[in-house]
Design a protein. Structure first.
Lengths: 119, 539, 722
């Protein structure tokens, strides 16, 4: 399994990895994710909601980077690049959709779109 | 892990990518003939990829160096996806931008490449199917994530494109936002899994988890929770509880062919992803050779994951059923029915044995066939240019269109699990796998749910026969294209005929899950697990 | 003395397993004979073509000829297969996998029912006359059904092909699931063909009746099959017989399998299997009490009556019992009465049906009751352990009964549907009816078991064994058979003398003739019908030699080299009872022959020589209320339909009413109002979650995920991650 390149770090670099730092980074990533989720659940503007999902993605990305550092394994950082790429693609899609919806109802309020429901 | 050989296995997927590009370009053509040939070309690419799949997966060198957890699973899943895709292309013919095409033909509108979406629709369809196929080839979490996204991103656009009205827009926005949330969820799970195991590669993850499980401390809690979150995020794709709430609304808003697509394709992707993810824990009783070369017996799913899946399976089938009981709209009903079937299929995962996943793969085929037949009927009929959606539209269908009513009844019968039809065999196998692994209570719940579900499925089969036609239902006519009805008839007959080939199909599913293990038929008895799964009924 | 069955066995079966039981040989697996699958393929293809013809409303004779050619091809393949077949060596020809599950290596850890053929002497024997007669009768039908071209012609032949396909699956299948599939298939074909004239209410009713009565039998068969799997762990004949090879010697030694330690275990439910199979057989072969559907089935076209309701389908019950005979034998060795019951029900039905046939006026109905009666004989033969006699009688009966039906069919066809024996007389004098007259005469002789006809020999085989075999009241059963033989001769020739005899030609046209009755002229059968009648007559003659003399013990060899005779002990006690001072097998010829001749003489006197006397006798009976009961009861078929009505339909109707009320009050009122509302209620509880707001959904999802994760962590803390 040569597919996962490891960081060839100098011995002194290894010492720099402080468990405390990692903890802080992880808590921060969880916070980012939670803030994103909270915003997603409460904000009514569709663009803000979308930004909140981006926030969740960034939380994940931060966790990935942290773990990558923790394991001295670069693949986690590769993952982050892909997360960013996909997030960009989703952004393009989201903006397209939001514009489409805005044209129909001239509002960005997501509450305006609740026609489909249990009758 | 030679790159070239690794690429061999994704030749069918690459073919679909090429198809997507070709179709997208041709769809912009000014010539009406070429534009109308787009579905045909899409179909040809799908046929090509199914054919290529058969050859590619017969190549031992490629399988040997694939570095996959289940090297051969793609053989089955890609064939299934391709065949289902063919049906879905046929369902969608003629429904996309029909009004605009007519306007262009009559000269009341000028041809504008930007307004023609048929090419895009089919390109997105191919891309999404390619995503499903790529899920089978995921060697690591990155690939799995990208493949899942590829399978789902195009569908957001397709839902929005499928109908030019507010409902389609609403369903697209709901689908998109909730989908993005679920993506974030399973990504977070992936991150935790990565944190706990230190690798993104499935085989490495498997080895690390096996080592952890064998150790004193057991599997790291981070790994369990991460896996749980990852699975919960992916449950969105199979519309399992608690990620199922979007399904009825989104299905209702999309056009009928698109609903057919949504009810089948994401499920295939989701279940394959779940199989692969759970596969990192190994299947109970299966012998495994680690990368280090030592042999160890896999323990199967850890208790928390198994308990979580158990609970989700029970809730999914029950809540799906309960929701379906109240429906007047066929499409919402199908959404809930799809949720219920996801619950049944989850039994195959909960079983935690290879027999379970075999049964699940078989059930996927049975479910897809039934859904294609049902949506063939729904997409093949129209009421004053609109999709038919309500039970009221079906009243008296038996007298006006006996063939369609028969196909609908066959599909409903297959969903209930009536004996000669394929749905019965799917359920039987899943239930057997469940009982075998000791999940008797779960199977009993499923059986009770099955019985409850006959209530609304019989309604579906019965309304066309029993209820007298009304002026509303009399205005239901055949749709402009024959293809969906042809799909309905072929799949309806298939529901009757395929059971004859139950064994070969099941064998196909079996061998696809057991590469390198089932090369000689004598090894068949390996199937029975030595340790029954954990009894969770008290938990 | 030893039964003839065993005499052959003693010489042919080389080795025997300890305990003195003839072993059932293990089947050879022969992949190279896969072409035998063509036997099933031809009718299947023909059914599809005929179905397409029906869909496309084809007006020419294509479906008819397709069917004839397909069935003839099947027959040829059967003959070729017979050429390849080695006597006494069953062969399993695997075609393709169908149901093939296993969850272990053990006996009870698999369910296997593949598309495979079990070829042994019995199945080949059955296939020979099924496909052979099928071809003949399809050929006959091409002319008979000619008037229906463009209407039901394609439908008719499609159903015929389906019937043959199902019958082949029933007979040739190597497992009980295929048998069941065929069993239901022939039932379906029979239903379709009985209700062929679907504009007639009586035909619809008859079809429904046949369908429902058969379902009762099928339930028995299904339970029987399930019990076989439950007890022996296999559905394939080969596996079943090999399992029985273990149990039979133990039973023969006087022990119940499973009663002593160290013996193979066999549950009590194994002894119930024959009883359930029996119910299935009685349903399909129309034995008491599931018999009344068969006479009504004569509503179908006559070729159908000949093929399905006389020659082939109704013998499926005999085939089932002959095929699973070792199980019956095991039950008998264990002290059970399943075989005795089969024999007695058969004898009872034989007598009952014969008495009813005495007073019927509809020619086809007389023949239908005679079929019941003859089937009764066959079951009697199975019951008194004379499987060869039973199968021989199946064979001869197939020929002469098909011949008789086809003859009556020509009459019905030529006389605009006239079948009433009181309205036709002296038909032999009409122009062009010579062949029919004498063919029917031959058929009548064979049915009446006139000395030295095939029917005579086959019937005597059974009757004699009743006096030889030890069993509950078998001697009385034998006498019932003898009396029935006399009645059979009487009612058969009553029809023939009435219709063809008489001094003058007198015909009243039937209900299908519209016009002046005086201008009516019967139109004689064409060459196709006649050629088949002549062919079947030749077959009747040939049956004499194939059965007993001449070619030698051909059929006997066939039956004795199959499960109908295997598994029996080499020695068993027989009541060595002299019958009229001699060996019953010899003296029976004279006794039953005499009874037959007496019946024939009565028929000749009352219906040919002095017809007035029959009417006078009738009036004599009618003068008195008590004596009047006899002819009236017979005419009304012992009031069987009325009794069933009272016993089954009225209680069913009443209970239906009761359950309707129960349903309305308790189910709808309490359950639907209560329990069944629970899901609905829950649905409404969960409905607010589907309020349409996107963020509501998101909250539900997030909440759900939180709950699930909490649940997971809880389990983790309880049980750990392992």
């Amino acid at each position: 399994m040569s597919g996962t390149p490891t960081l060839a770090l100098a011995a002194e670099a290894v010492e720099l990895i402080n468990p405390r730092t990692i903890q802080i980074c992880l808590v921060f990533s969880a916070l980012l994710f939670s803030i994103g989720l909270f915003g997603f659940l409460t904000r009514r503007n569709m663009i803000v909601m979308f930004l909140c999902t981006e926030l969740m993605f960034q939380g994940v990305a931060l966790a990935m980077v942290t773990f990558s550092r923790m394991h001295l394994d670069i693949s986690g950082q590769v993952f982050v690049i892909f997360i960013l790429t996909v997030a960009a693609a989703e952004a393009a899609l989201a903006l397209g959709l939001v514009v489409l919806l805005y044209r129909r109802r001239t509002t960005l309020d997501v509450g305006a779109w609740s026609e489909l429901k249990e009758c | 892990m030679e790159m070239v050989e690794k690429l061999t296995l994704i030749t069918p997927d690459i073919l679909l990518f090429v198809g997507a590009v070709v179709v997208a370009v041709l769809g912009l053509s000014g010539s009406r003939t070429i534009r109308q040939a787009v579905p045909l070309i899409t179909g040809l690419f799908l046929i090509g990829s199914v054919v290529v799949t058969q050859f590619v997966y017969a190549d031992p060198a490629a399988l040997e160096s694939s570095g996959l957890l289940f090297p051969k699973i793609g053989g089955y899943v890609k064939s299934l996806t391709g065949v289902v895709g063919l049906g879905l292309v046929a369902l969608g013919t003629g429904t996309v931008d029909r009004a605009y095409e007519r306007a262009v033909a009559s000269g009341s509108a000028a041809f504008d490449p930007l307004r023609v979406v048929r090419g895009e629709y089919h390109a997105f369809l191919l891309l999404s199917l390619a995503g499903v196929m790529l899920v089978c080839n995921a060697t690591d979490l990155i690939w799995l994530f990208l493949a899942l996204e590829l399978s789902v991103l195009p569908t957001y656009v397709m839902v929005a494109l499928s109908r030019n009205n507010r409902r389609a827009n609403e369903s697209a926005i709901k689908y998109f936002f909730l989908g993005a949330m679920s993506t974030a969820l399973f990504l977070y799970g992936f991150a935790m899994l990565y944190g706990a195991t230190g690798s993104l590669n499935f085989i490495e993850i498997r080895d690390v988890l096996a080592t952890q499980a064998a150790g004193e401390a057991g599997i790291a809690p981070f790994a369990v929770v991460g896996m749980g979150l990852a699975l919960l995020g992916i449950f969105f794709k199979i519309s399992a509880v608690p990620m199922h709430v979007y399904a009825p609304d989104v299905y209702e808003g999309a056009s009928n062919p698109m609903t057919g697509f949504l009810s089948i394709v994401p499920k295939i992707a989701g279940f394959v992803a779940i199989i692969v993810l759970c596969g990192t824990f190994g299947w109970a009783g299966r012998e495994q050779i680690t990368a280090a070369g030592t042999t160890m017996v896999q323990e199967g799913l850890p208790a928390p994951i198994s308990a979580m899946l158990w609970m989700v399976a029970v809730l999914t089938m029950t809540l799906g059923n309960i929701g379906a009981l109240l429906q007047k709209s066929i499409k919402r009903l199908v959404a809930y029915s799809g949720i219920t079937h996801s619950g049944y299929m989850l039994i195959g995962i909960v079983a935690g044995t290879e027999n379970g996943t075999d049964a699940l793969l078989f059930y996927l085929a049975a479910y897809s066939l039934g859904n294609l037949a049902l949506f063939g009927v729904l997409a093949g009929l129209t009421r004053m240019g609109q999709d038919i959606e309500s039970f009221d539209d079906l009243a008296g269908l038996w007298r006006t269109r006996p063939r369609m009513a028969t196909m609908m009844a066959l599909a409903a019968g297959s969903f209930v699990g009536m004996p000669p039809l394929i749905g019965f065999w799917g359920k039987l196998m899943v239930f057997i796998a469940g009982v075998e692994s000791g999940h008797v209570v779960l199977v009993c719940v499923a059986a009770v749910n099955s019985a409850i579900s006959s209530w609304y499925y019989l309604h579906l089969a019965g309304v066309p026969v029993v209820r007298m036609s009304t002026p509303r239902s009399e205005s239901v006519t055949n749709g402009p294209r024959m293809a969906p009805r042809l799909v309905a008839v072929i799949c309806g007959v298939g529901l009757l005929v395929v059971p004859v080939f139950t064994t070969p199909l099941y064998e196909f599913a079996r061998t696809s899950m057991r590469y390198g293990e089932l090369e000689e038929p004598a090894a068949r008895s390996v199937a029975s697990p030595t340790t029954p799964g954990r009894e969770l009924d008290q938990g | 003395m030893l039964s003839p069955t065993l005499a052959t066995l003693m010489t042919s079966a080389g080795e025997s397993i300890p305990g003195g039981v003839t072993p059932i040989p293990e089947a050879a697996r022969e992949e190279s004979l896969a072409w035998a699958g063509l036997i099933l393929l031809f009718p299947a293809v023909s059914a599809i073509i005929c179905g397409l013809c029906a869909a496309c409303r084809v007006r020419n004779r294509l479906p008819g000829w397709t069917t004839v050619i397909a069935l003839a091809s099947s027959f040829v393949v059967v003959c070729l297969l017979y050429g390849q077949h080695q006597a006494g060596q069953p062969t399993v020809i695997h075609l393709f996998d169908w149901i093939n599950f296993s969850w272990g290596d053990g006996t009870f850890e698999s369910v296997r029912a593949n598309f495979a053929l079990y070829v042994d002497d019995l199945s080949i024997f059955w296939m020979l006359f099924v496909t052979g007669l099928g071809t003949c009768i399809a050929f006959y039908a091409t002319e008979y059904m000619d008037d229906d071209r463009g209407k039901g012609y394609s439908r008719f032949f499609a159903a015929m092909s389906i019937f043959l396909l199902a019958m082949c699956s029933l007979v040739l299948g190597d497992n009980l699931v295929m048998l069941y599939l065929g069993w239901e298939g022939v039932g379906l074909a029979s239903y379709l063909l009985i209700s062929y004239y679907y504009t007639r209410q009586s035909a619809i009713d008859a079809g429904k009746k046949a369908f429902i009565m058969n379902r009762i039998g099928d339930l028995g068969l299904a339970v029987g099959i399930w019990l076989i799997w439950y007890n022996f762990g296999t559905l394939e004949y080969d596996g079943l017989f090999q399992a029985l090879n273990v149990y039979l010697p133990i039973a023969d030694a006087g022990n119940l399998p499973g009663t002593e330690i160290g013996q193979p275990q066999l549950g009590w439910s194994a002894y119930l299997i024959p009883w359930f199979l029996m119910v299935g057989a009685f349903g399909k072969s129309a034995q008491f009490p599931l018999m009344t559907w068969l006479p009504d089935a004569m509503e179908g076209p006559t070729p159908v009556s000949a093929l399905i309701h006389a020659a082939t389908m109704v013998t499926a019950g005999i085939y089932l019992i002959a095929r699973t005979y070792p199980i019956f034998w095991l039950e008998m060795e264990a002290g059970g009465y399943a075989l005795a019951t089969v024999g007695w029900i058969g004898g009872f039905t034989a007598l009952l049906a014969a008495t009813i046939a005495l007073k019927q006026y509809d020619m086809k109905r007389v023949l239908a009751y005679s079929t019941l009666s003859q089937l009764g004989y066959m079951f009697m033969g199975l019951g008194v352990v004379q499987t060869f006699g039973a199968c021989f009688h199946v064979y001869t009966h197939a020929f002469f009964k098909a011949l008789l039906f086809l003859c009556s069919g020509t009459i019905m066809h030529g006389l605009a549907g006239q079948l009433d024996v009181r309205r036709i007389s002296g038909l032999r004098m009409a122009k062009g009816w010579k062949v029919v007259t004498w063919c029917m005469f031959v058929g009548g002789l064979w049915l009446a078991a006139f000395p030295f006809t095939a029917g005579f020999f086959s019937k005597d085989e059974i009757l004699a064994q009743a006096f030889v075999q030890k069993g509950p009241g078998y001697r009385a059963l034998g006498w019932i058979g003898i009396v029935t033989a006399g009645l059979t001769a009487y009612y058969t020739f009553r029809v023939w003398f009435r219709v063809f005899g008489g001094r003058t030609l007198r015909i009243e046209p039937g209900p299908e003739h519209h016009g002046d009755p005086s201008s009516f002229h019967p139109h004689p059968p064409g060459w196709r019908m006649k050629s088949i009648l002549i062919l079947l007559t030749i077959g009747c003659f040939a049956a004499i030699s194939t059965g007993y003399w001449g070619i030698g013990h051909w059929i006997k060899g066939m039956v004795d080299h199959s499960s109908a005779a295997w598994g029996m002990p080499l020695h068993w006690e027989e009541g060595d009872i002299p019958f009229f001072g001699g060996d019953p097998h010899w003296t029976m010829y004279f006794v039953s022959g005499t009874f037959g001749l007496i019946g024939l003489a009565f028929a000749a006197y009352f219906h040919l020589i002095n017809r007035r006397s029959a009417e006078r006798l009738d009036e004599l009976f009618k003068r008195n209320f008590i004596t009047n009961l006899i002819p009236r009861t017979l005419e009304r078929k012992w009031y069987l339909d009325e009794v069933y009505n009272a016993l089954v339909r009225i209680p069913t109707y009443l209970s239906a009413k009761f359950f309707y009320l129960f349903d309305r009050l308790v189910i709808d009122g309490l359950l639907v109002g209560g329990i069944a509302r629970i899901p609905m209620f829950l649905g409404r509880v969960f409905q607010p979650l589907q309020g349409g707001a996107l963020q509501g959904y998101a909250t539900t999802m997030a909440g759900g995920v939180t709950l699930v994760v909490v649940w997971m962590i809880w389990v983790f803390l309880q049980k750990g991650g392992g």
